[in-house]
Write a protein that binds this ligand. Structure first.
Ligand code: CP
Length: 311
């Protein structure tokens, strides 16, 4: 059901590591953990290292909280305060963590293939919490959990991804997930921010068709991945989701992975709109990450728990 390496370690580097049956299981387990408000000890006494080379609030804290709630111990590995700063290699760092009885590593890094490289060492299971501009699999999965709770299934749904597609690891993970869960991704954004993989999916004049979409996912303008970026008038006029668009929406749900640059991607009053799911996304991140870690690190007991408590 999942990508197991030659040593039998289960990793999540991209959503494509998971078969659709595994994704369905994780989403159903997350829903069951949420609705029963349960904290089964599926990670009992497991220590899991969080290794974030980039800033984070939602992803990092939700993983930490998920590990706590499941009876495990989150270990805060601070790269800049570790022996990496003295020149120790990452491979040797992984061996060191393993010798200290760490069960898995959760990583975020600006390099596109960072978690894949960790997986290739075959030392510890790795969960990707954001790699460069290519993958943020748990964000796409938690967005799917959020939308699934509204529709039951994502199959055939039309999702517009809006803004800075090029620098977004969330957009890329959604594109991959859409091919597994059979939803349709359209994109709209400045031409220079449309990567090659999204060119077939461009929607011009998205504002005229706003109620044709089932969900609209606004993306953060990722200034830290650009040189000399200033948000220009063209962006604000054509791609900011403003009050005028907010007034029109009836059908689509409104999402944003956060953090939001208010007034650039989205007007602040969106938070009060009944179709806005931004805070639900954050909450669902906790349950999705509880389910994912349980599935990867304790699949047998996770299945037993879900059989007794889930659909
Ligand atoms: N969506 C997301 O990854 O947010 P953080 O950077 O706060 O983790």
């Amino acid at each position: 059901m999942t990508f197991n390496d030659a040593k039998g370690l289960s990793h999540l580097t991209r959503v494509t590591d998971l078969k659709s049956t595994a994704i369905t299981f994780i989403l159903e387990l997350a829903e069951a953990l949420k609705t029963t408000n349960s904290s089964p000890l599926l990670l009992k006494e497991k220590s899991i290292a969080l290794c974030f080379f980039e800033n984070s609030t939602r992803t990092r804290i939700s993983f930490e909280q998920a590990i706590h709630k499941l009876g495990g111990f989150p270990i805060d590995f601070k790269p800049q305060e570790s022996s990496l700063a003295k020149g120790e290699s990452f491979e040797e760092t992984l061996h060191t963590l393993k010798a200290l009885e760490i069960s898995a590593i959760i990583s975020r890094h600006s390099n596109d293939d960072f978690s894949k490289k960790i997986a290739e060492y075959h030392i510890l299971p790795v969960v990707n919490a954001g790699d460069g501009i290519v993958a943020h699999p748990t964000q796409a999965l938690l967005d799917s959990l959020t939308l699934k709770s509204k529709w039951n299934s994502l199959e055939g749904k039309q999702i517009l991804i809006l803004g800075d597609i090029l620098h977004s690891r969330v957009a890329r993970s959604h594109y991959e997930l859409s091919q597994i869960l059979n939803y349709n991704v359209k994109v709209a954004g400045p031409e220079e921010w449309i990567p090659s993989w999204a060119k077939q999916s461009i929607t011009k004049d998205w504002k005229s068709f706003i109620n044709d979409f089932d969900a609209i996912l606004c993306l953060r303008v990722q200034k830290e991945r650009m040189e000399n970026h200033t948000t220009n008038d063209d962006y604000l006029k054509n791609y900011t989701f403003r009050e005028s668009e907010l007034k029109k929406i009836k059908r689509p749900y409104l999402l944003h992975p956060g953090p939001v640059n208010w007034g650039i991607e989205l007007c602040e009053s969106a938070l009060k709109h009944p179709q806005c799911l931004i805070h639900e996304q954050v909450r669902n991140g906790l349950y999705l990450r509880m389910a994912l870690l349980s599935y990867l690190l304790n699949p047998v007991e996770s299945k037993k728990w879900k059989n007794n408590n889930g659909p």
